[in-house]
Write a protein that binds this ligand. Structure first.
Ligand code: SF4
Ligand code: SF4
Length: 132
């Protein structure tokens, strides 16, 4: 599975304008639990890790987070090389995931984490033995 359409991530100019820094205490980078496919550029570059059992989905740890997330700070450890979905994800009015019940008041959707976990279990369950 590859991203389609594919964009050059280093020329991608539609980065979401979200002030993550001020929200990490609340959201705990929940978007870094979402499943998505890498691009050929990501795979060929060899920095972003993918699931061996589910090529080429982003690799998740047993806690459901992307392996590249620093678990203490909730910051991305490969920020300069992060994927196009990471760059473009806009949690403000996201119709697919409905991240926030109220974005301005920083109220997360209480069902979101459960929903993401359910989706990840479905997608990643057969490749648990590949997780670090
Ligand atoms: S994009 Fe949204 S959910 Fe993801 S880290 Fe930033 S504020 Fe949190
Ligand atoms: S690559 Fe970085 S921004 Fe993207 S999901 Fe992983 S930790 Fe989050």
């Amino acid at each position: 599975m590859y991203q389609d359409p594919e964009y050059d991530k280093y020329a991608f100019d539609q980065e979401a304008d979200v002030d993550c820094e001020s929200r990490l205490d609340t959201c705990k980078a929940v978007c870094c639990k979402l499943p998505f496919a890498l691009s050929k550029q990501d795979v060929e570059e060899g920095i972003i890790r993918w699931e061996f059992g589910r090529p080429y989905l982003i690799a998740h740890g047993d806690d459901g987070y992307c392996v590249h997330l620093d678990r203490k700070t909730y910051k991305c450890t490969v920020r300069d090389h992060r994927t196009v979905p990471c760059r473009g994800f806009d949690c403000r009015n996201n119709k697919t995931w409905h991240v926030w019940d109220d974005y301005e008041k920083k109220i997360l959707n209480p069902e979101l984490e459960k929903r993401i976990d359910r989706d990840n279990i479905k997608i990643y369950s057969s490749c648990v033995s590949n997780k670090s």
